[in-house]
Design a protein around this ligand. Structure first.
Ligand SMILES: O=C(O)CCC(=O)C(=O)O
Length: 226
C-alpha cells in the first residue's frame, strides 16, 4: 500500500518538475519575462516632423493592393480590423525611410518591408506586441526569416478625424499624432542570446470614430547584427 503512495508521490513530483522547468507553460514564461523586464526602463519617443507632406504623398501613391490585415499568419477580425499593404525594398518609400533611419544613426538595423495600415470607421487593433516570441512555433519561424523586431517606428500618414489614437495599454499612455509625426519604441532587448520583451510595449490602435486613419509600420530588426 505504502509503495503505491510513494510511487504516486514520486510521479507527481516528477511531472511537476517537467511542467515547471522543462516545459513551462506560457503564463509562467511570461511571468519570468515580466520579472526580468521590471528592472528595465521603457519609453516611447515622439518624432516630430518625421515625414514631410511630399514624402507622405510618395508613400501613399505606392500603397496599392490593400488586403484585410493579419495577426502574424491568422485572419482575426475581432483582434485587428484594418487593411494593409507591403512596400517592398525596391520602392521609393523604402529608400526614403532607409535614408532617414541611417541619418538617425540606425543604419545597423535591417528594416523589414514597410507596412501601410488603413483603418476605416470602427477599425482597430487590440493590444499586442510587435516582437516575435521565441517560444511560439509560428513566431519562431518569422524570427528566423526576418530577424527580431527590436524597435518599431509607427508614423501617421493621415490621422483619423476622431478617435484612432495609439495607446500603450500597460502604461496608459495615449498618442494622438498629427500627420507626419511618428512614435518610436524598443520592443525587446537581448540577454545571453535570449530576447526579453518589454511588457510595457504592448500597444493598441484605438477605434476610429470618424474619418480614415493611415499609418506606416517600420520594424527595425537585428537580422544582420549577430
Ligand atoms: O495603428 C496604430 O496606432 C498602431 C498599429 C500597430 O500597432 C500595428 O499595426 O502593429
Amino acid at each position: 500500500m505504502y509503495l503505491y503512495v510513494y510511487i504516486l508521490l514520486f510521479l507527481v513530483i516528477f511531472l511537476l518538475f517537467i511542467f515547471l522547468f522543462i516545459l513551462p507553460p506560457d503564463f509562467i514564461l511570461n511571468e519570468k519575462r515580466k520579472m526580468i523586464h521590471s528592472k528595465c526602463l521603457f519609453d516611447v519617443k515622439l518624432l516630430d516632423n518625421f515625414l514631410s507632406d511630399e514624402e507622405i504623398d510618395v508613400i501613399i501613391s505606392e500603397g496599392v493592393n490593400f488586403e484585410a490585415s493579419y495577426v502574424t499568419e491568422l485572419y482575426l477580425p475581432f483582434v485587428r480590423n484594418s487593411k494593409t499593404c507591403q512596400l517592398l525594398k525596391n520602392t521609393k518609400s523604402y529608400q526614403i525611410i532607409r535614408n532617414k533611419l541611417n541619418k538617425m544613426g540606425l543604419s545597423k538595423y535591417e528594416v523589414e518591408d514597410l507596412q501601410i495600415t488603413k483603418y476605416g470607421v470602427g477599425g482597430f487593433y487590440h493590444g499586442h506586441y510587435d516582437y516575435f516570441d521565441e517560444d511560439d512555433m509560428v513566431e519562431r519561424r518569422y524570427l528566423s526569416m526576418t530577424g527580431q523586431r527590436m524597435k518599431t517606428i509607427f508614423a501617421y500618414l493621415k490621422p483619423a478625424d476622431k478617435g484612432g489614437g495609439t495607446k500603450f495599454t500597460k502604461i496608459n499612455k495615449l498618442f494622438q499624432l498629427k500627420k507626419g509625426q511618428a512614435i518610436y519604441w524598443d520592443n525587446c532587448y537581448k540577454v545571453n542570446d535570449k530576447y526579453i520583451y518589454h511588457v510595457n510595449s504592448q500597444h493598441e490602435a484605438m477605434p476610429v470614430l470618424e474619418g480614415e486613419k493611415i499609418g506606416l509600420n517600420i520594424w527595425l530588426s537585428d537580422k544582420y547584427m549577430y
